[in-house]
Design a protein around this ligand. Structure first.
Ligand code: FEO
Length: 169
C-alpha cells in the first residue's frame, strides 16, 4: 500500500502529464494551421508519449492499491508568437516536468518507498531524452531563422516520427 502523501503526488503528476498532452496538442494545431504538417506530426506524436507517461503512472498507482483522483486539466497556451516561441515553451515545459519528477523522487526516497524509487527511475531517464530533444529542436529552429528551405527540411524530417510505446521497440 502506498502512503496518502505519495498517492496525492502521483495523482498530481498524472495531471501534469495529461496537461503536457494538451499543451502539445495545441502546438500541433499551431503548426497544422501554418501548413507545416511534419512539425505538427512531431507534436502530435508527443501527445501520445505524454498520454503514455500519464497511463504508466495511472497503472502503477492502481497496482499499489492507491486511489486515482483525476483533476481538472488546465487549458494550454493557444497563441504562439512564432515557431521559435513554441520550441522555447516546449523546452521550458520539459524542464518544469523534470523538476517535478525529481521532487517526486525526493519524496519517495524520504519515505523509503523502494518500489516507487525504482519505478521513477524510468521517468528520470525519460526526462533526459525529453529535454535533449526539445533543446536540439530549439537550436535548429533558431538556426533556420524563418528560412523557407530550412523549415521545409525540418518539416520533412519530423513528418517521419511515429509513436512506439517504450518497451515495445
Ligand atoms: Fe512526460 Fe514530456 O514529459
Amino acid at each position: 500500500m502506498i502512503s496518502k502523501k505519495l498517492q496525492d503526488a502521483i495523482n498530481l503528476q498524472i495531471n501534469k502529464e495529461l496537461h503536457s498532452e494538451y499543451i502539445y496538442l495545441s502546438m500541433a494545431a499551431y503548426f497544422y494551421s501554418n501548413d507545416l504538417d511534419g512539425i505538427a506530426n512531431f507534436f502530435s506524436v508527443q501527445t501520445q508519449e505524454e498520454h503514455f507517461h500519464a497511463m504508466k503512472l495511472f497503472n502503477y498507482l492502481l497496482e499499489r492499491g492507491g486511489k486515482i483522483e483525476l483533476k481538472t486539466i488546465e487549458g494550454p497556451p493557444i497563441d504562439f508568437k512564432s515557431h521559435v516561441d513554441v520550441f522555447e515553451q516546449t523546452l521550458a515545459h520539459e524542464q518544469y516536468i523534470t523538476k517535478s519528477i525529481n521532487e517526486l523522487m525526493d519524496m519517495a526516497i524520504k519515505e523509503n518507498d523502494h518500489s516507487l524509487v525504482s519505478f521513477l527511475k524510468w521517468y528520470v531517464d525519460e526526462q533526459v531524452e525529453e529535454e535533449a530533444t526539445a533543446s536540439r529542436l530549439l537550436a535548429r529552429i533558431k538556426i533556420i531563422n524563418g528560412n523557407g528551405q530550412g523549415l521545409l527540411m525540418m518539416d520533412a524530417e519530423l513528418s517521419q516520427r511515429t509513436f512506439t510505446p517504450p518497451g515495445s521497440e
